[in-house]
Design a protein. Sequence first.
Length: 198
Amino acid sequence: MEKRPGGRSARVRAAVRAATLAELAEHGYKGLTVEAVAERSGVHKTTVYRRWGSVEGLVEDALEQAREEPWPIPDTGAVEGDLRGINRLVQGGFADPEHGPVASAFVAAAVQEPQAARPLHAFFLSRHEQAAHVVRRAVQRGELPADVDAEEVIRIAVAPIYYRLFVSGEPVTEADADRAADAALAAAKAGVLSPRGP
């Protein structure tokens, strides 16, 4: 996929991404088509096919752009508040009427299409790496063991949210998000989430 920074190329990419996200929100991954994205973005269909190739290419590029965006990592002064803040960002993102359907569509796309799964995994790795800063900060403050696996704390914290949303189909409240964060924190303090375990 050709990506030239700045100018018309950047405007085209931004328009196509916005159209891709809007189509995902309205129709889900199964309803996403190159033709609809082209029409919505005002970019000629042949251009979209040439640069993105397919629906999977559109999803891949949208996720690549999302991965490059900074995440507002909480800084409450304590690891408990920081982990709860991260979980509330995740929970609130899926609950948001505009962004939630898009996030759900990305997960659905990754389940159905290996080409979409790769960029979603890279997106999550980037988010885990960014969020793990709150764990490393907690280690520096003496709140957590020095050998704790920072990224694993984040994975364990957010995992129950994804389980409820995409496996059991249960609603996820802020209280659920807080409970999951507290459970991950308890495991981290107990040494369960160090590379060697307890």
